[in-house]
Design a protein around this ligand. Structure first.
Ligand SMILES: Cc1ncc(C[n+]2csc(CCOP(=O)(O)OP(=O)(O)O)c2C)c(N)n1
Ligand code: SF4
Ligand code: SF4
Ligand code: SF4
Length: 891
């Protein structure tokens, strides 16, 4: 597009696309570049640190040099980190080439104010083919915006002669994140391989984006249309729009509309599904097709999709289509918006200075989908790749429309709600008298019924409505109806209560232990992760941080857990009041285990050297207290429980003025025994990272592995792994997987010196904690495989809200088995192997039929489904029988 635009203006520019890169044909390249070409910019979509130049740039330089052809050849990087390359970037390249001394190396698409290698990108003319309509829709992951836009572009493509194009852009949250749909259509072929920056029509389907100050309206072309879905009157809209947005709307002559699809959807019986109404409003406003034709096509599509669900569902969709076509309201833009009153100052953030600084400078723009505007210098404090912990607490996403509410009078104080929450948004607290007196209005408390808290503290369960994902897992787990889902608006007064409890209520150490209940009085050091609502993976990880988080190192293989565990600037791993929390890093998918082993060896080497130094101090010091502290530390060196206190005492006893002590103090963070973990999914553990995992376990070192077994590669959309089961439908197994699940745990038990366990926290919460504590206590390698129901399993009853109950069902019917193999027990003369699952009850088939990943096969391949499901059940029965015999074998 840019070349057409420039050549039409008489510029002599062109482009060679290298389509077959290896073997590289210098001859063909030279033939393709006209002999008159004087200046060439080579664009590499890669960054090879340390290389003289990027690979294609080097090839082109060599080809020209060998052929003794003269040309100025410069090289630039583009598109890194999925960065878009719009026409403005390409104009910038030609402008650079036109200079007398163009930069030999450059970067496109970022504002590099550190090395100054980036090219200045100016606002570019619209180069899309004339008459192309460009539309952009901002939605919330899972609200149907993307689906509706796929449907719209199909309608336009199928029923008109127009060319169409659609791009869908997502943020990194697994659910409830931002989605942006980019739609283009027109009478000429569309050759615009980049996102839309300036659109004729922009819709904001989520009112929260307006209140949060997203710069959405800046995407609208002069005179274009902006539609906001909200329940606001024009006066309320004026209050919610930022000053910048109002000015933009005024100055750029934007046609502003609102539509209350939220109430309308409820009225026509569509509940929360606003997407059909909004799609209809789009067709009515954008006038791509005669509106009545568009309505008819939408109705036909709805009939086609929903007839199998019943005529009433079809009718509701039709009603929604009719309603959307007229429900929008044109807003008169007052002159005052040309000079709007400034926005109220934002509340100052409190907390750890490095986290607050990063949140202000980096996280906030990223969360508003404005991260691309950040200059490189914004990342300088994190230049070594280390981001401060605890940033997720500042996100306060507020994406759930209904959240958990505690009903104290029914509560039996079991803490199971907190134990099962994947997002750490419901927590148990114990308040002493002072804390009770200082509690904010709305704080609900109870006398402790039993245990060490009785007559000493008040018990409270508190929910963070702005962080709750509304999954309902806690409500479905609560054994005594002490929780219900309530509208998030009704619960907003609980936010100050939760914030107070987190900030001001101390941890009551006398209540903390390693039981289901006691563990929940310890603060989670993984909070508000961006996992899907109800996700099992983050629930296990949260629990481990409550047991060992203050002295824990995690190496995370790529997968969902590395995305909800640390996407971009958002760290959900956090610190306790003493500033201690997990040190977390993600390396690659294939080398998660090796990376974890490296971290382990790194700290071990430093710590072993410290051991010698402390031993030397113990021998040489005259100070009895110091000597005792050194000896205690040495004595507890390998004990993760006792070494923590011994380390505190040692640090206090060391004299910073004594050179030997100072040398130890300089590395004091390495003194205490670390709890070293490697996290990853089944795709990693069973398949791609298996070699490394096996190697790490075979080193005999004191390292723990936790496998989140979702039985598919979840992060990339559900490909089959060796953990997938017979009959399971997954990508690459669309006709149902033919072979059985690999028994990774049984393979690892063969070593004899590896601690191995299989857990399902919802089936047996106490067994799960037991396995984790045994694994950590075991002085050698450990692997725990945790069963993880996942969004991709499509649980038919209750969806992911039933996650924990689904685990229970899986274990009861023998789909999943619970056991522990503990080499340490053997050394104590106890049986090494314990089968924690009871004899399976009938119901295997019912269980699998309750998940669409299986039941779908009965529709696509009914006979094959019958055969495979039988085999699967047999396989499960055989496995249980085999496991039953292991107790005897591994005595
Ligand atoms: C070598 C390599 N291949 C493929 C990918 C793309 N990739 C990223 S995460 C992932 C799937 C991870 O699946 P799993 O280990 O089961 O973890 P889950 O997402 O289920 O938690 C894949 C294939 C990659 N990052 N690296
Ligand atoms: S509804 Fe889900 S996210 Fe909210 S508190 Fe309960 S378990 Fe946590
Ligand atoms: S699960 Fe229910 S009964 Fe148990 S602590 Fe939570 S609210 Fe109370
Ligand atoms: S493991 Fe499944 S439920 Fe959890 S974040 Fe990934 S896709 Fe969502």
């Amino acid at each position: 597009e840019v070349i057409d635009y420039l050549t039409a203006k008489g510029e002599k520019v062109g482009l060679v696309k290298v389509r077959l890169y290896r073997p590289f044909s210098a001859e063909r390249l030279l033939a393709a570049v006209p002999a008159t070409a004087k200046k060439i910019a080579v664009l590499d979509r890669t960054k090879e640190p340390g290389a003289y130049a990027e690979p294609l740039h080097l090839d082109v330089l060599s080809a020209f040099a060998e052929a003794k052809r003269e040309a100025t050849i410069i090289g630039g990087r583009y598109g890194l980190g999925s960065k878009d390359t719009p026409p403005a970037s390409v104009f910038a390249v030609y402008e650079e080439l036109a200079k007398d001394a163009p930069k030999a190396r450059f970067t496109l698409g970022i504002n590099d104010d550190v090395t100054y290698l980036s090219l200045e990108e100016k606002p570019a003319p619209n180069t899309a083919a004339e008459g192309t309509k460009e539309c952009k829709f901002w939605g919330l992951g899972g609200d149907g915006t993307v689906g509706a836009n796929k449907n719209s572009i199909k309608i336009i493509g199928d029923h008109t002669d127009k060319y169409v194009q659609a791009y869908f852009q997502y943020d990194s949250k697994k659910t409830g994140g931002v989605t942006i749909s980019h739609l283009r259509f027109g009478d000429s072929p569309i050759r615009s391989p980049y996102y839309i920056n300036q659109a004729d029509f922009v819709a904001c389907h989520t009112p929260a984006y307006i209140t949060k100050g997203f710069k959405i309206v800046n995407d609208v072309k002069d005179g274009g249309t902006f539609l906001i879905n909200c329940q606001w009157s024009p006066e309320e809209l004026e209050q919610h729009l930022s000053a910048d947005s109002k000015k933009y709307i005024h100055d750029h002559n934007i046609n502003l509309y609102t539509i209350n699809a939220i109430d309308l959807a409820k009225k026509v019986g569509m509940g929360k599904r606003t997407n059909t109404i909004l799609q209809s409003a789009f067709f009515a406003l954008a006038k791509v097709l005669p509106p009545e034709d568009a309505m008819q096509y939408m109705k036909d599509a709805a009939e086609h999709s929903y007839l199998k669900k019943g005529q009433d569902v079809v009718q509701k969709n039709w009603d929604a289509i009719d309603a959307g076509a007229t429900a929008f309201v044109k807003i008169d833009v007052p002159d005052s918006w040309g000079n709007p009153a400034p926005d109220a100052a934002e509340k100052e953030l409190a907390g750890r200075p490095d986290t607050v600084e990063m949140v202000e400078n980096v996280l906030k723009p990223i969360n508003k989908m404005d991260g691309y505007s950040l200059p490189v210098s914004a990342f300088e404090p994190m230049a070594d790749g280390v981001f401060p912990n605890g940033a997720s607490a500042y996100e306060k996403r507020g994406v759930a429309t209904s959240v958990a509410e505690w009903i104290p009078e029914n509560c039996i104080q079991c803490n199971q709600c907190s134990y099962v929450c994947p997002h750490s948004t419901i927590r148990a607290f114990a308040l002493d008298e002072g804390e009770q007196a200082a509690a904010p209005e709305g704080m609900k408390m109870l006398d402790f019924k039993v245990g060490p808290g009785k007559d000493k503290y008040q018990f409270a369960i508190s929910v963070s409505p702005l962080d709750c994902m509304g999954c309902g897992v806690c409500v479905n787990t609560c054994p005594s109806n002490a929780l219900k889902m309530s509208s998030s608006d009704s619960q907003m007064d609980q936010q100050p209560v939760f914030d107070y409890c987190v900030d001001q209520v101390s941890v009551k150490k006398d209540l903390v232990d390693k039981t289901v209940k006691g563990s929940q009085f310890n603060p989670p050091l993984l909070e508000f992760p961006g996992s899907c609502a109800g996700c099992a993976e983050s629930t296990y990880a949260r629990l481990i941080t409550q047991l060992y988080g203050d002295h824990m190192i995690v190496s995370n293989a790529t997968g969902c857990s590395s995305i909800w565990g640390g996407a971009g600037a958002t760290s959900p791993y956090t610190v306790n009041k003493e500033g201690k929390g997990p040190a977390w890093a993600n390396s690659l998918f294939e080398d998660g285990a090796e990376h974890g082993l490296g971290l382990y060896y790194g700290q071990k080497t430093i710590r072993d050297a410290l051991k010698d130094k402390v031993a030397h101090i113990a021998e040489s010091t005259d100070d009895a207290a110091r000597k005792a502290a050194c000896e205690k530390w040495l004595e507890t060196y390998d004990n993760g429980e006792t070494n923590q206190d011994a380390t505190e005492a040692l640090i206090a006893a060391l004299d910073p003025n004594c050179p030997d002590c100072a040398a130890v103090l300089a590395q004091k963070d390495y003194l205490n025994k670390k709890s070293c973990w490697i996290f990853g999914g089944d795709g990693w553990a069973y398949d791609i990272g298996f070699g490394g995992l096996d190697h790490v376990l075979a080193t005999g070192e004191d390292i723990n592995i936790f496998v989140f077994d979702t039985e598919v590669y979840s992060n990339t959309g559900g490909q089959a792994s060796k953990a997938s089961n017979i009959g399971q439908v997954a990508q690459f197994a669309s006709a149902g997987k033919a072979l059985g699940k690999k028994s990774l745990s049984e393979i690892m038990m063969q070593y004899g010196y590896v601690y191995v366990a299989q857990v399902a926290m919802g089936a047996n919460p106490a067994q799960c904690i037991k396995a984790i504590t045994e694994a950590e206590a075991y002085p050698g390698p450990s692997i725990i495989i945790g069963y993880c129901p996942c969004e991709l399993h499509s649980i038919s009853q209750g969806g992911m809200g039933s996650c924990q109950n689904e685990m229970k069902k899986a274990v009861t019917c023998g789909y999943w088995n619970l056991f522990r193999y503990n080499p340490a027990a053997k050394a104590e003369g106890k049986p090494a192997f314990t089968l924690d699952s009871k004899q399976p009850k009938p119901g295997y088939r019912d269980f699998i039929m309750g998940e669409a990943r299986y039941s779908a096969l009965t529709r696509s391949f009914p006979e094959r489904a019958e055969t495979l499901f039988k085999q699967a059940e047999e396989y499960a029965n055989n496995r249980y029988e085999r496991l039953s015999k292991l107790g005897e074998l591994y005595k």
